[in-house]
Design a protein around this ligand. Sequence first.
Ligand code: B3K
Ligand code: ZN
Length: 852
Amino acid sequence: PMTHLLADYRPYPFTLKATALEFHLASQSTRVIARLSLVPKADAGGQDMVLDGGSELELRALTINGQEPDPRMVMREGETLTIRAAALPAEPFVLETEVQIDPSANTACEGLYISGGMFCTQCEAEGFRHITFYPDRPDVMAPFDVTIHSDKPVLLSNGNPVQREAGLARWQDPWPKPAYLFALVAGDLVAISDSFTTMSGRKVALNVWVRPGDEDRAGFAMESLIKSMKWDEEVYGREYDLDVFNIVAVDDFNMGAMENKGLNIFNSKLVLASPETATDGDYERIEGVIAHEYFHNWTGNRITCRDWFQLCLKEGLTVFRDQQFTSDMRSAPVKRITDVQALRARQFREDQGPLAHPVRPDHYEEINNFYTATIYEKGAEVIGMLRQLVGEEGYRKALDLYFDRHDGDAATIEDWLQVFEDATGRDLTQFKRWYTDAGTPHVEMHEDWNADDGRLTLTLRQSTPPTPGQQDKPPRVIPFAVGLIGPNGQEVAATRVLELTEAEQSFTFDGLGARPVVSALRGFSAPVILKREIDDATRAFLLAHDSDPFARWEAGRDLALSALTALAQGRDGGEDYVAAIGQLAGDDQADPAFRALCLNLPGEEEIATRLTASGVTPDPDAIHAAREDLARRMAEAHTDLLAGLYDSMVVKGPYSPDSDSAARRALRIAALGLLNRIDGGDRAEVLFGIAGNMTERMAALSCLIRRGRGQAALTAMADQFADNRLVMDKWFAVQPMAAPPAEAAAIAARLARRPDFDWKNPNRFRSLLGGLAANHAGFHAADGSGYDFTADWLMKMDKANPQISARMSTAFETWPRYDAGRRAAALAALNRMAEMEGISRNLREMVSRMIA
Ligand code: B3K
Ligand code: ZN
């Protein structure tokens, strides 16, 4: 296996002045003519020219300044084409190639492929090399001129349209860009259109392109785009820079969406929404991802990455920006809490297992395996910490300098940190460890109360467990936000951000009349695991009184986890939690979304993680039973209160996805989920029949399945929505997810035999396999059925689409924490994959890291 190293970076020895592409589209034999205007770099004289290009490219012609070179000067080897220096002019020259490719045979959804009869592309990270021979690396940038020959009615590429006639369209993108931002779409599409006038008066035509018939589900995406454009001007001073902005929805897509310059391509599930087909969660995700891709226009496109090791430069920053956007559009506390939940569920899990890697990795085999929660979400947390350390104004100054200094560049993390140092005068040498060191730091907090002096001393110790390839972890800079609350519930010390820089440090608070309760790690000021001596009564106190919404939620969460981990080990627990939660649920002053978050018990995966952290081997069946038990006790203790919430949180009038309405529905559904444990599913059955929106319908369906009463509802839904892929994806996912653990794998297997299990469609595959993986006790069934089913399908998928098989293999990443029987079964499944003949580079890297 070929490992790429950060330390090996060398600039490309040629400057690419311009790229002209000519496409003659045909489903089985597309011809691509590429004209590259190149200039040898003065300091790199005499080097061969190496171009990337997949082995499937059929090279039909190659000329240099119009002349065919001596064939002995041109060599193909693996995924490259090399032209010997001897055949290259010392002056600027034009290299022209013609290749033939077969988009209809491309099932990997990378390069040029066909989805639902439409041609489309996905080039990040290294898809362009499957379209033509090219220096396919992000630091080689050029303006593009693209001509498309095709009889499809709609022909799109990056930049501005400059020519349109029968069977031909030409697009020019004046902004130099790397190949990974190239895109082309040709198909039978319709647009919903609008326009946006930028702050300097440029009128931009906006289009959301969908398949005919889907127009009425594209409006929310358009609204979200307009809000994003406005927000980026107001908050970051960033203006759009072309005459048109196109979004296209495609059904077969490996991830959520792609920020190609001026032509964003989206997974249709992140564009199409109507009340009958999309949930509140879907609407929120659409808004967030539309914003994310739009924000990339500056953070990613105008300023791109020097190499793929710098991926977090664009992804961490763009996630941070989309999180800020969502906080501004919706409830900021709720956004923060749900982001932390997601971070813990995905990134902490990654950081604690065999796949742990730094926010800026220093080696990889397959870059597509590094589009991870660590690069994205931890990358965003690191920026959030920077912002706390330099303050809002310092952050703004640094960002202005970043855009100013690096516009048009392919930049690095060093460049990024340098602008903060230059703008604020702060030394970030130690802070940089957040980028280079993997692993989640543990912070232990110890309190010393001196009653005579009215002084509280906090001692904080940090340490980070080893991760693969990194044994020693020196201390990092950790912004640790604390506040103090007096015995009467009033805050006695407002939030103060302590800066930890050493392995152990103490901080004092003076002038206190009585011993306060410490509200620690407010706002989740750093992505760390906090360990403190605290009892359930103090947690209940914080849940009742903390003025910081995150810390308040966290207190309830800890209370729940303390109960659940006790129950899962056969001890008693939950008394305090059940009582406290009743108070909170009944507090009509509190935001319904916040109350819903507190009523939702931690998932089984999270309970397993907490047990592992305290040195206990998690037993998935015991965890499942513990969670069911606590939920039932909550319902029994608060039946009237929950029934009251269920009835009163109905949202009247036509459906609207706004955050207030969504919050009421969330609380209503949380109440339903608990009541479902004691009403036999009666409420869910009524709701499924009458609900006018998908949010409540899906909630009701999942409740019915959990009570073993799902059949009629499942049949009704499949009849009604047989033609709607996105709804059917939910239908495929909910069944293994809500199934009794012992039956989950068998149910998934039965669903996989249906003719509409179109497994090559990434969404459908992810729904079924992801649904099973989300059923913790089902996936980790002691008989190994979950592992075997998953491994069988990953092996099958690997032949068609290695990005998907590799991505979904992360279902196994926690295997080392379970008991010997489960470990043996999981390892057998992993070994079976590792030994598969013809395994992809993608899956091989993942599996070997997990086995190592
Ligand atoms: N930049 C793309 C992700 C590309 C993934 C390639 N395997 C979407 C995004 O992060 O916005
Ligand atoms: Zn992104």
